[in-house]
Ligand binder design. Structure first.
Ligand code: BEZ
Length: 221
């Protein structure tokens, strides 16, 4: 019997791309009007959450707020986003401070028109037609998009992993190295593999690096 495959029509989802300029925007936030370009010279973690006054998001906001001082020491700012109104954001962060004792120190975008959510591909209709999923965009000090993480509605994010990602990217920029699986600050880094036979010979003779083989060498920084 002839097989007929079903073609499911889906509207195209625009996603920003790693290594390219982060899409620019101007936003209404709990700290007033903010443009992405205001963060030039500083790293930025732009994250979205599904909705204010929801429990998983509340745990994440507490986590992000606790991280904020450490991120600032790393020249990294933080900004949240959902499609809730500015009044909802204000009421929710006041509630978190009054009931849970955590001050929310970073701005939150009220993206009621979903312009920024569309620009960054934050709405995944299979998860929710209206709410933004749990996205994290790491934007560097020259406003290049360096990393994206997407989590579903029901899974709270791992704050340690988000900071680890910023630390790894900053180490890459400073030392021109890569970081291995499960790398933690202070751990050995990966030296990019040589791309000529001559450099491969030099690499294995290099006393500054520890090589498992010519293409797989690590060092301490
Ligand atoms: C929450 O943050 O608790 C949540 C939000 C949307 C869907 C499911 C959980």
């Amino acid at each position: 019997m002839e097989q007929v495959s079903e073609i499911i029509e889906r509207p195209a989802l625009m996603l920003p791309r790693l290594g390219e300029p982060a899409p620019q925007f101007e936003a209404v936030t709990t700290h007033g009007k903010i443009r992405l370009e205001d963060f030039k010279g500083s790293w930025l973690i732009l994250f979205s959450h599904p909705a204010d006054f929801t429990p998983v998001c509340t745990t994440e906001f507490m986590g992000f707020a606790r991280l904020h001082p450490k991120l600032r020491e790393m020249n990294c700012e933080l900004m949240g986003l959902s499609i809730d109104s500015i009044y909802s954001h204000i009421a929710w962060i006041r509630n978190i401070e009054q009931n849970l004792g955590q001050k929310i120190t970073f701005p939150i975008i009220a993206d009621s028109g979903r312009q920024i959510a569309s620009l960054y591909g934050m709405i995944m209709p299979g998860e929710s037609r209206t709410e933004t999923v749990r996205c994290v965009f790491i934007i560097d000090d020259r406003q290049t998009l360096r990393a994206m993480l997407y989590y579903p509605l029901t899974t709270g994010r791992n704050m340690d992993e988000i900071v680890r990602m910023v630390e790894a990217l900053q180490i890459t920029d400073e030392f021109g190295v890569a970081t291995p699986a499960n790398w933690q600050p202070g751990g050995d880094v990966i030296v990019p593999p040589p791309n000529t036979q001559e450099l491969a010979e030099e690499r294995v003779a290099d006393k500054e690096v520890q090589c498992k083989d010519w293409y797989f060498c690590q060092k301490k920084i």
